[in-house]
Design a binder for this molecule. Structure first.
Ligand SMILES: [Zn+2]
Length: 147
């Protein structure tokens, strides 16, 4: 795609976060799961937020969640160039079916249509040679039933 906008800033990938970005590059949604208590953790961290155990295993997570809260951004901060093409941005806190809460963009949804309690599903967008980013979109079945 060509436009006159600067490229979007890329995530600062670390050894701690690389598996998350690399999996999304391949279209897979993974989170760290505690092998002791089973809690899924997000953001990536060296120990479990529930019980403190380490290390955590990168594990395929269910790609569905429920919108906990949302906001719509109609402008881009000066230090975040490149996002103008996506305006307005629908940004949500999403309670994943596997238990973690994630901040993410919801696409394929008009700002007036986003709702607390809306069921959403993950899709991954390719953003660089080594990373993809999970985003969400309204669940196509429009079901409120948990899968
Ligand atoms: Zn744990």
């Amino acid at each position: 795609m060509t436009n006159n906008l600067p490229p979007k800033p890329l995530p600062a990938i670390t050894d701690q976060t690389r598996p998350f970005w690399a999996a999304a590059k391949q279209g897979r949604f993974v989170l760290q799961k505690c092998s002791d208590c089973g809690t899924f953790n997000f953001h990536p961290k060296p120990w479990c937020i529930e019980c403190g155990s380490r290390p955590l295993a990168w594990t395929a997570a269910r790609p569905h969640g429920t919108v906990y809260s949302h906001t719509v951004s109609y402008s881009v901060a000066m230090n975040y160039p490149g996002w103008e093409v996506d305006l307005p941005l629908v940004l949500c806190l999403i309670d994943l079916d596997d238990g973690a809460r994630m901040y993410a963009q919801v696409t394929d949804c008009q700002p007036d249509d986003i709702r607390i309690g809306m069921r959403v599903e993950v899709h991954c967008e390719d953003i660089s040679a080594e990373a993809g980013i999970p985003k969400f979109r309204p669940l196509r079945t429009h079901s409120t039933e948990r899968i």
